[in-house]
Design a protein around this ligand. Sequence first.
Ligand code: URA
Length: 261
Amino acid sequence: MKAENLTLEQILEWYLCAGVDETCGDRPFAEPPAAEAGPVPVVGLAVRQATTGLAQAVGSACQNAKDICARAGTLEELKRAVENFEGCALKMTAAHTVFGDGNPQAKVVFIGEAPGADEDRIGVPFVGRSGHLLDKMMNAVGLTRADAYICNILPWRPPGNRTPLDSEVAVCLPFLKRQIDLVDPDYIFILGASAANSVLDTAETISKMRGKWFEYEKSNGKKARVLASFHPAYLLRTPGQKSRSWSDLLRLRARMDEENG
Ligand code: URA
């Protein structure tokens, strides 16, 4: 007898004889819902768990960095604390921790993105090709390293100079902010979009930000005047933009002169 000629009772009896004596749903032959098909949900779950774990690890590393900063009362103490910090994986591939350098009482702080190969080898910010150009740019407006404090968003070189991850920036930002608080500058000159976006908490392009004054509120409630301009590494690749950086530096110089006699 063909299956289509059986009554419902006969079908049930056939199931019983085959050992199927229980139902677990009212649509036994329905296709499983698409979301339950295949191994994707298992992978999705693993990815979700890993992402949550990573976010928690980043959150606790950020908190740890903030606690360390709160305890550091001088730049020397902060430098030692950053050198001993284990919450950022970049440290594992870096040769040196590149902490800020220059005058700890400077009126102006220059902020770059991250150490390059030369800085990683030597342990001092802006000592490679970009650094030589930065020295020339500063000298052109009457500033030397002895007048300024120079630092980076990240104290460790990202492998191959890759763009820093948001999580790396988030973990290291408290160290930069504490340096700014301890130096307590009146002026901040930011080099490049990545540093400007982190310090000013914006996603704006450097072309739109450069040449305009911004403010940065320090932990003592006082505000530093901020200018952002092109990164020296970009200027080395795009010399045609040097005149714009030059005009940004002149703007900084003019305001410093105007406000400090
Ligand atoms: N580029 C940076 O942003 N910082 C350095 O210290 C060197 C190159």
